[in-house]
Design a binder for this molecule. Structure first.
Ligand code: ATP
Length: 356
């Protein structure tokens, strides 16, 4: 196990910059998730840590040692890919032991490592099978087993669950979390799925357009998103946004969304009266109440079983409410609600959070 330091790391493909300077320290044993939409540069960053992609500038250190120039095999890290990358002609046991065999590890040590990993992953009864005789989830487990037997300094996961169906993803996600609890190994996990990021990470690194947008625990990103990108990316259904103008008078403030709609807002000295702002509230934080300050008609109802997503329109802006109250299932009903002050998020004209 080891800590990993990423300092001012940039990446340019030809003239095309894809990472604009990433600084990140990953503590020994930490589970870090790099998350962001397609093309944000998360896989490129992971591949640079693995040594599969050159670093254009900056430095990467694993266990305190600069690895910019080190070949992948000399970095002592194990990578688990979406495609599993198993050898089809080898048994599960041989796939798992391959890296130890080429290092000429003694036979007994190999057997111990493979049996130990197989027990942890529930693969004991599959050791003699070929990969083609396994399900997708089992193959992904073999890929993880192959990584575990090496006892690497760190595990790198590149969208390892993307090829699995929803149910299996859920199951494997929990298995990866349990496994990390047992092994305590430094792990970096790339995904575009914010639920995977929220459920797995000690800390999430949210990326967009080649920039790190925010680094923090899952709940820090959920409770206090640093900007509009993170606010919109983390959480499902996504946060509602209302654009307006901020007015402050003494100890009260409001965001005027339109001539008909003004929302009481948090008081902050970071905004001057008349500033353009975006107000955010998560669908699950809208308070449905019979005597609410606001009302809107319901355009659409989406029952999820666990609750109901109501689609409203506020001054022509799409707005969602999540509720577990089944009585609100009646479509096209006018509903009344409040936007609790303590649940509001406020972003300035540049999209940066302006309240604590
Ligand atoms: P995805 O989830 O789709 O894989 P990502 O966030 O992992 O997205 P990267 O694969 O890191 O994104 O790619 C970041 C950017 O770099 C993209 O615009 C991509 O087109 C570009 N890119 C990646 N590899 C190369 C390459 N070998 N040559 C040129 N451009 C590349």
């Amino acid at each position: 196990m080891a800590s990993i330091h990423i300092e001012a790391v940039r990446k340019t493909f030809g003239n095309f910059p894809v990472l604009h300077g990433v600084d990140l320290t990953i503590e020994n044993g930490e589970f870090i998730v790099l998350v962001g939409p397609s093309g944000c540069g998360k896989s490129t960053l992971l591949r640079m840590i693995a040594g599969l992609e050159e670093v254009s500038s900056g430095e990467i250190r694993i266990a305190g040692k600069r690895v910019n120039e080190a070949a992948p095999k000399d970095r002592d890290i194990a990578m688990v890919f979406q495609s599993y990358a198993l050898y089809p002609h080898m048994s599960v046991a041989d796939n798992m032991s391959y890296s130890l065999r080429i290092r000429r590890t003694p036979k007994e040590k190999i057997a111990d490592a493979v049996n130990g990993a197989a027990a942890k992953l529930g693969l004991d009864t599959f050791l003699e099978r070929r990969p083609k005789a396994l399900s997708g989830g089992q193959r992904q487990r073999v890929a993880m087993g192959r990584a575990i037997v090496r006892q690497p300094k760190a595990f790198l996961f590149d969208e390892p669950l993307s090829n699995l169906d929803a149910r299996l993803r859920e199951q494997m996600r929990a298995e990866i979390k349990r496994l990390h609890g047992q092994l305590g190994a430094t792990s970096i996990y790339v995904t575009h799925d914010q639920i995977e990021a929220m459920t797995l990470a000690d800390r999430i690194v949210a990326m967009h357009g080649g920039y790190v947008q925010q680094i923090g625990s899952p709940l820090e990103l959920y409770d206090r998103p640093a900007n509009l990108f993170v606010a919109g990316f983390i959480g499902s259904p996504g946060m509602n946004f209302l654009k307006g103008v901020y007015y402050r008078e003494g100890t009260t403030a409001a965001v005027r969304v339109s001539s008909r709609l003004s929302v009481p807002a948090p008081v902050t000295t970071q905004l001057s009266s008349g500033a353009e702002v975006t107000l955010g509230i998560r669908p699950e934080h809208v308070a449905l109440t019979s005597e609410g300050r606001f009302s809107a008609s319901v355009d659409l109802v989406e029952p999820t079983g666990f609750g109901v997503i109501l689609h409203l329109s506020i001054d022509g802006v799409a707005f969602k409410v999540f509720t577990q109250d089944r009585a609100t299932l009646v479509p096209a009903k006018e509903i009344s609600f409040d936007l609790p002050l303590e649940r509001l998020h406020l972003f300035n004209a540049e999209g940066v959070r302006v309240i604590d």
